[in-house]
Design a protein around this ligand. Structure first.
Ligand code: ARG
Length: 652
């Protein structure tokens, strides 16, 4: 039951004699924005008319004459300059709702050509506490995986954790110099976390000291430029000149502000150490800590016995912390092949690139030069070390060779876009031309001030505290709304609502944009929130309960759907769009389209409830038809939220 797909097929048939490849034109058939014109609108007569040299209205009429939509559409009109408006046939609609009612998949068919997708998501660097930035990759990747799999594809989820990087050099260095043995004995996870933070702080301190003077110089220089430009601006008389200066001034001011911000950041790192007499002593005693950490990391990579043993000892502790978060988010991966998994393959990657002539040595480093980029992609450093890119190349190879991937999606922060652009081009050069390689990127989570979300003290916000807060706020709502429920039930609601709100707040945003984090907004019982949808779902369950109907029985003896009012038809059209929405989401991997759909559906449903009584419907068959609507609506919301990784509650 996918009206849009069906309409597109019919159009494809009609266009056969007119164009070779109708794909682009078919994309111009869309759900109508204004229902008064019909349910779908095709805007393809304009471009096609232009191409074939025919007036668009005539073109539209010609297409409509060729179009065979009997049984699917009851009305096809040509309007305005050549829009084709289509109205679904009521009997077709009713038939598809009836089919959906008795189908566990709600009438959504599986794709005809299933593919194998590897979805790489969450992928944090272990040993560093997970923070707010990780929530996006985790929930977006999980939702995309679930939706792909519902659509009928084979999906392999992989957590490409960073378990091999400098953070281990830091912990190893910390372990060797600053270990509190008793604390480690008692609670290794916490002690390792402390060591990481501590060493990191010292490394940052020395790095900041090295940079702060440069930044100060830049600030002086840029301030000078700003002052000079301001003078020039005041003296300028011509409009064009003023405009030019203004533009320049704004660019320089931006650079100045960014340098100031960097400078403040560096100063804060320095102050944190220098204001503490104990710390400054330690920092001074470890002046080379930055290099030492790199050395420990290199030793680990080279297979140094002691470091490898320490790494093996630490890794499970690091995982323990992350598992806690995944359990709370109810997220699992099929595989957790971290960077370390690929380490032994990296030498071969580099030699293969060299042997095939795709990489050459430049300044001692092995580089892949590609036309579209100013700088090459380095796959082995001068000192012999491999890079993130080398690992990612090995990863692509493994995903194709081992998993038979047709597509690999990497759900990663937009700031890594250059890495992925280069990586995918290099992989294509290497021979992986036929697989889809996509960086599913996303924007930053912002605080109220529009800057990256931080705690009051300027630290990144830990994921754990985020979950705690969302749940405790949801609990307050649950207690207020359901004072009579048992404590256990209230807690269950709090978890489902709190975690659901957090996930949905993220998923309902266009993933490319930054979004502002707000507990109040995400837990609002009105508007496009999980909380609203969960409440609505529970309300429908309440309505069904009140009629005393047993839905299993209703489904076993269905009646034909009735459109006694316009709103019932409108609801039918909305319900019928579930499958189409799934397709739309997968075009550009945008779960927000599913959120938008569920929200629209729910709003139409409440209009239906306002206008149509279920319990007191005029006839028994109408009552049952309306009950069937309630059933489809609640199952669609349940399934839709489920695909987003969010649960529902029967009563709240
Ligand atoms: N661990 C990386 C980070 O935190 C993300 C890895 C994403 N996946 C990949 N194949 N590169 O930045």
């Amino acid at each position: 039951m996918n009206a849009l797909a069906e309409i597109r097929t019919r159009f494809a048939d009609a266009l056969v004699s007119l164009v070779d490849d109708p794909t682009e034109l078919l994309g111009m058939i869309r759900p109508a924005k204004d229902a008064t014109f019909g349910d779908y609108q095709a805007n393809l007569a304009m471009p096609l008319g232009k191409k074939l040299g025919k007036p668009p209205r005539d073109m539209a009429t010609e297409i409509v004459e060729k179009l065979a939509v009997d049984g699917l559409c009851s009305n096809v009109d040509v309007a305005g300059p050549g829009f084709i408006n289509l109205k679904l046939d009521d009997e077709w609609l009713k038939g598809s709702l009836s089919a959906a009612l008795v189908d566990e998949r709600l009438g959504v068919s599986k794709v005809a050509d299933p593919k194998t997708y590897v979805v790489d998501f969450s992928s944090p660097n272990v040993a560093k506490p997970m923070h707010v930035g990780h929530i996006r990759s985790t929930v977006i990747g999980d939702a995309i995986s679930k939706i792909l799999s519902f659509a009928g594809h084979k999906v392999i989820t992989d957590n490409h954790v960073g378990d091999w990087g400098t953070q281990f050099g830091m912990i190893i260095y910390g372990y060797k110099h600053f270990l509190d043995a008793a604390a480690y004995e008692k609670d290794p996870v916490t002690e390792l976390g402390r060591l990481y933070k501590f060493v990191r702080q010292l490394v940052d301190y020395h790095a900041a000291k090295g940079k702060v003077d440069d930044v100060a110089d830049k600030i002086i220089e840029l301030s000078g430029q700003v002052a000079a430009l301001k003078e020039k601006q005041a003296a300028a008389t011509e409009k064009a000149e003023t405009k030019k200066i203004k533009k320049e001034l704004s660019a320089v001011t931006k650079r100045l502000d960014s340098q100031k911000e960097t400078g403040d950041g560096l100063k804060a790192k320095i102050d944190a150490i220098e204001s503490n007499p104990d710390l400054i002593g330690i920092a001074n005693a470890h002046p080379e800590i930055g290099q030492q950490v790199l050395l420990e990391t290199a030793k680990l990579h080279e297979g140094d016995k002691e470091n490898k043993e320490l790494w093996t000892e630490f890794l499970p502790y690091c995982w323990e912390d992350m598992r806690k978060i995944y359990r709370r988010l109810n997220i699992e991966h099929d595989h957790e092949l971290g960077e370390s998994f690929y380490h032994d393959m990296l030498g071969d990657v580099v030699s293969d690139f060299e042997a095939k002539g795709f990489a050459r040595t430049s300044d001692g480093a092995v580089c892949v030069f590609m036309d579209d980029y100013e700088t090459p992609m380095i796959i082995r450093k001068k000192d012999g070390a491999f890079l993130y890119s080398t690992t990612d190349l090995a990863t692509i190879k493994y995903r194709v060779d081992h998993f038979g991937a047709d597509a690999a999606l990497c759900v990663v922060d937009h700031r890594q876009h250059e890495h992925f652009d280069k990586l995918f081009d290099a992989a294509r050069l290497w021979g992986y031309k036929d697989i889809e390689l996509t960086h599913v990127s996303f924007g930053t989570v912002l605080g109220d001030d529009g800057k990256p979300f931080k705690t009051r003290s300027g630290d990144t916000v830990g994921l754990e505290s985020l979950l705690d807060e969302a749940e405790s706020r949801a609990l307050a709502i649950a207690v207020e709304q359901n004072p009579d429920l048992s404590e256990e039930q209230q807690k269950h609601i709090a978890t489902t609502v709190g975690i659901g709100a957090l996930k949905y707040a993220d998923l309902s945003q266009n993933r490319g944009s930054d979004y502002k984090f707000s507990y109040d907004k995400m837990l609002a019982t009105r508007g496009n929130t999980a909380t609203y949808l969960q409440f609505s779902y529970a309300r429908v369950q309440g309505i069904i309960r009140k009629t005393g109907a047993d839905m299993a029985k209703v489904r076993a003896n269905p009646v034909p759907f009735e459109f006694a009012t316009d709103i019932e038809r409108e609801l039918a059209v909305k319900l019928a769009r579930f499958g189409e929405t799934i397709d739309e989401v997968l075009v550009e991997y945008k779960p927000n389209l599913l959120c938008g759909y569920l929200f629209d559906l729910t709003q139409v449903f409440f209009q239906f409830l306002e206008k149509c009584s279920v319990k007191d419907a005029e006839t028994e068959s109408l009552k049952q038809s309306r009950l069937q609507f309630c059933d489809l609506m609640s199952r669609t919301v349940e399934r839709g939220l489920g695909l987003l990784g969010i649960g529902v509650i029967e009563q709240m």
